[in-house]
Ligand binder design. Structure first.
Ligand code: SAH
Length: 233
């Protein structure tokens, strides 16, 4: 069964965009996932197909109207999760990506301008998701980011079943560093343990590298890791 996504956007030409290439593109052709793009403008009002209006309370910019966005959602809504991409949302995590990949698909609503009238988000019971603490000009790139993260987890998309399991964030840890040939490059040798074929020693070295990198680079994740009780602080 295909993982189905509907995108609601004012810029349908941005899809599938980069997801038409490589792993995601092949999976799209193979029918592992499917994509339907709806132009919010099709539900715009009047001769000019207006989709936005000025903000109540004043301030710069325009806001997407709840009635227009609601009509667009109504045209595609079913039992799939409804997600609004917004910097006000819960940060996207690998756990959320995994949860979505295990479900039937998702309906993604891409904001523009200053955002979407809050009432339609509440009325439709949507989840609000952010891809990070910075502001983009629209929800299209965030939707592509979310989809890329989900699609690579769908059955059959990645080469090795386990390559999705070991990497960063499966535990609250960053991944260990990677090395390939040549063994000596530019005067720099690959860590010796990796060349000696002792799999237990390699696994232990990688785990220690993961923990050390997380501790120095991401104290926030390290605190989560300690809280799991996996090791003493
Ligand atoms: N005025 C808003 C920013 C609007 S940006 C604020 O300060 O919060 C316009 C649209 O881009 C948003 O409606 C949202 O859909 C999208 N967007 C921008 N940054 C995003 C992010 N970090 N994560 C998810 N969506 C984002």
């Amino acid at each position: 069964m295909s993982w189905r996504t509907d995108i609601l956007t004012l810029f349908p030409g941005m899809f599938p965009g980069p997801l038409g290439e490589s792993l995601a593109g092949r999976a799209l052709e193979a029918g592992t996932w499917s994509l339907k793009v709806t132009d919010i403008r099709d539900f715009g009002l009047g001769r000019h197909r207006a989709v936005d209006d000025t903000p109540f309370g004043g301030g710069a910019g325009m806001v997407l109207r709840p009635d227009v966005v609601d009509q667009a959602i109504g045209a595609v809504a079913d039992d799939r999760p409804l997600i609004f991409l917004t910097p006000r949302g819960a940060p996207l995590t690998q756990a959320k990506v995994r949860e979505l990949a295990d479900g039937p698909g998702a309906i993604l609503v891409c904001g523009r301008f200053e955002g979407i009238d809050q009432r339609v988000i509440e009325a439709r019971g949507g989840q609000e998701i952010s891809i990070g603490d910075y502001v983009l000009s629209g929800g299209e790139l965030p939707a592509l980011v979310l989809l890329d993260a989900v699609i690579r987890l769908l059955p059959g998309v990645m080469g090795h079943a386990e390559s999705g399991m070991e990497e960063s964030f499966s535990e609250p840890l960053l991944e260990y560093p990677h090395y390939t040939r040549p063994a000596l490059w530019d005067g720099r040798a690959v860590p010796e343990v990796l060349t000696q074929g002792n799999h237990a020693a390699i696994a232990e070295w990688r785990k220690r590298q993961s923990i050390a990198a997380t501790q120095t680079r991401r104290p926030d994740l390290y605190a989560q890791y300690i809280a799991t009780g996996a090791i003493a602080p």
